[in-house]
Structure formats: C-alpha cells, structure tokens
Design a protein around this ligand. Structure first.
Ligand code: B12
Length: 352
C-alpha cells in the first residue's frame, strides 16, 4: 500500500519529466511525427501525457484501474474529434509504458504495466461514440430536449419559462433536477467532447442552468425544517459545482438546513465552517480524478480536528461513480451515485 502511494506520488511529482521522456521515445521511434509536430502539437502532447500520468497515479494508488481505463476511453473520443488518430495515442501509451518500466521501483512496475496493458487492449476495438444522454421516452425527456434546445439557441428566457411553467403546474423540482438539469449538463459535456459545441456555448449553457436552478430555489426551501445540518463543498481546485449544489438542494427539499460552499473551496475555509457549525453531515464533491488526494486530505483533517466528532462524511462525483470502492479508500463514511440517493443515504447514516 505504502509503495503504491510512493509510486503515485512520484508519477504526480515527475509528470513533466516523464512526459518529456515519453515524447523523446515517441520521436525516436517515429521520426515522421517529429517532422509533423510544431510547437503547439508538442506542447499539447506533453500536456496530455502529463494528464495520463495524473489519472494513472490515482488508479495505481487506490488500486482502481477503472479510473485510468475510463479516462482513456474518454480521451480517445476527445482526441479523435480533434484529429488525433487512435494509433498515435496507442504509441504514446506504449512509449509511456516503456519509460515507466525503466523508471519505477521493481515492486510497482507490475501494477502500472497491467493497467497500461489493459488500456492498450481496450484500444484494439474502435472507440465507442458516446450516445446522447437525452431520449424522448425517458421521464421529462421532451422537456429536457426543449430546455437544451433553448439554451443552445441562446434563449435563456424561454428556458426559464419552460421550467417555471412546469414547476408551477406541479412537476416536482426534484424531477426537473434529475431528468432535465443533470441530463442536459451531461449532454452539453458530450457535445463539447465531440467538438459539436464551443467552450463558450458550454459556459453559457452552464451559467444559464445555474440561473434557472436559482429560480427554483423558493420552491424547494419552503418546507418544514427537520433540525439536521449539512455542509456541502467542492475540494480546492475543483470547478465543477452543479453536482454538489444539486445534492445540497435535495437535502434542503427534505428539510435539512444546508450550507453549500460551491466550487474551489480552500481546505482551511471548510475546516472553519465545520468547526463553527458542527454539522451532522459533510458532503464532499470531486469531479476531476486528480482531485481525489484533496478529498482524502480534507477528510483526514476533519477527522483529526476537534469539533467534528459527530459529523459524518459523504462523498460523491464522477470518480466515485467509476470506482465503487474508492469512497472507503479516502476515508468517507458513505458514497452515493446521485442526488436522490445522497439524500437517502445521508438520512440513513444519521439513523433518520
Ligand atoms: C459544466 C462543466 C464544466 C464547467 C463547470 C462550471 C461550474 N460552475 O460547475 C467548467 C467550464 C469550469 C469545466 C471545466 C473543466 N472541465 Co468540465 N464539465 C462540465 C460538464 C459539461 C457538466 C458538469 C455538470 O454540471 N454535471 C451535472 C451534474 C449534476 O453531474 P455530476 O457533477 O456528475 O453530479 C452528480 C453525481 O456525480 C453526484 N454527485 C456529485 N457530487 C456529489 C457529492 C456527493 C457528496 C454525493 C453523494 C454525490 C455527488 O450527484 C450529482 C447529481 O446527481 C461536464 C460533463 C459531465 N459529464 O458532467 C464536464 C466534464 C466533467 N469536464 C471535463 C473537463 C475535461 C474539464 C476541464 C479539464 C476542461 C479544460 N480543458 O479546462 C476543466 C477542469 C476544471 C477543474 N479544474 O475542475 C470532462 C472530464 C473528463 C474526465 N476524463 O475527467 C467532462 C466529463 C466533459 C466531457 N464530456 O468531456 N467544466
């Protein structure tokens, strides 16, 4: 366990140097690539390889290969849509495997080689084109399609009216969150990944969705309070906040008093909020796999500090949904896959 952690730390710490060694090896095996690559392509190659190393580090440290395998599935789609063929990525991974085989302590070469080997084996099949997250036959499927259609057309007012009409005519806000907002955000991500929308469109849709979520707030926070308290936060560096916000709002709908701290929260600030409020539950969200160490560190500090003895810790977000046992490895009390389940498990954790 200790060696895995040391190896992972080394992959993280030396990612730039290891990426440069991988590029050198790739160029020496394929001199035509060196002729093709300008400054920009070279910089992107180094950046992507450093990303591979960060995801690999998490997979190795926690013994969760899926964290790397699903990342490579994702990277193949992204790169293919940017004109980088699968074959180039495969050689990149082979070169990375050779560099690491020469660099790592003998005890950990096996674990790394197995994960990289599995990723390369996956690549013998064509990359699956990610399917749409929207379908008319799904609950609120037509509303979700209309909502995203308005956002992609730049019409926030129509998107807002669509949702407020649904809410005032009896559609539960929880259903709107689950079937409209979450699905349309995943779809926006797919459209960005496959190069069908721009970064600006993705930012616009996300900001507009947050606007409409805020308009729903008076409908969710109006019920009786149950005396339970929640602090909900994203770790430092983590910019994806909608998932955590949704989870916090589901607790609010069930009568909890919630304090949602949003994205990129400094650890010291979270610790202070916990000491001040002594909540029943701390909810921590991670989307980018390379933020897992920040969640583990935060949990360690909360457990070690005074004033949080009664606070239970629930984690969630993309990497926890990929690796079903990761929550235990970061020291949490529980994990839930989505907002509805989070509220169920939170209540169960407290024996409510
Ligand atoms: C919007 C968005 C952004 C916005 C976020 C703005 C904001 N204010 O939140 C911005 C532009 C900042 C952004 C940046 C980046 N993003 Co982004 N982003 C997205 C997008 C499109 C939507 C995220 C979202 O709102 N999802 C909707 C919510 C509801 O889903 P969720 O987060 O999964 O949450 C649910 C569950 O996971 C769970 N849950 C979540 N948290 C918690 C916590 C607890 C305690 C519990 C119990 C449960 C739980 O419950 C939630 C509700 O059901 C996703 C696509 C996607 N598939 O999610 C990409 C996505 C996550 N981003 C991606 C990437 C690559 C990036 C960048 C690296 C891009 C770049 N080159 O800069 C940066 C990294 C930034 C960082 N350091 O954090 C990739 C990640 C791929 C990967 N392999 O890791 C994705 C998947 C896009 C894609 N399809 O390619 N992004």
């Amino acid at each position: 366990m200790k060696t895995r952690q040391q190896t992972a730390d080394r992959l993280r710490r030396e990612k730039e140097r290891l990426a440069a060694a991988t590029l050198d090896r790739h160029f020496s095996l394929h001199p035509e690539l060196k002729r093709r690559y300008r400054e920009r392509e070279t910089a992107l190659y180094l950046q992507d390889t450093a990303y591979h190393l960060q995801y690999l580090a998490e997979a190795v440290e926690h013994d969760e290969p899926e964290l790397f395998l699903q990342y490579i599935d994702w990277a193949r789609v992204l790169l293919a849509n940017l004109g980088v063929p699968d074959a180039d990525l495969a050689v990149n991974l082979q070169c990375l495997a050779a560099v690491l085989d020469g660099e790592l302590p003998v005890a950990d070469r096996g674990a790394v080689a197995t994960i990289l080997g599995r990723a390369l084996a996956h690549m013998s099949e064509p990359a699956p084109e990610p399917p749409s997250f929207l379908a008319a036959e799904e609950p609120l499927g037509i509303t979700a399609a209309r909502f995203i259609g308005f956002l992609l057309a730049g019409d926030r007012l129509a998107a807002s009216r669509l949702i407020l009409d649904a809410v005032t005519t009896g559609t539960p806000v929880a259903d709107i969150y689950e079937h409209v907002f979450a699905k349309s955000q995943y779809e926006i991500g797919r459209l960005w990944q496959t190069h069908k929308i721009s970064v600006a469109q993705e930012h616009f849709c996300t900001a507009a969705t947050q606007l409409v979520m805020s308009q729903c707030f008076p409908y969710i926070a109006a019920g009786e309070k149950n005396g339970r308290t929640l602090v909900a936060t994203c770790v430092a560096g983590e910019l994806h906040e909608i998932g955590m916000r949704m989870v916090a709002d589901f607790f609010e709908m069930r009568g909890w008093d919630t304090m949602f701290l949003g994205a990129n929260m400094p650890m010291a600030g979270v610790l202070k909020a916990i000491a001040d409020r002594q909540p029943d539950l701390l909810a921590i969200s991670v989307t980018m796999t390379f933020h897992i160490p920040d969640a583990a560190r935060l949990i360690g500090r909360v457990r070690a500090g005074a004033g949080a003895e009664k606070t239970k810790i629930l984690v969630g977000g993309r990497p926890f949904n990929m690796a079903g046992n990761l929550w235990k490895k970061v020291g949490a009390d529980a994990w839930a896959a989505d907002a509805r389940q989070a509220a169920d498990y939170g209540e169960r954790l407290l024996g409510a």
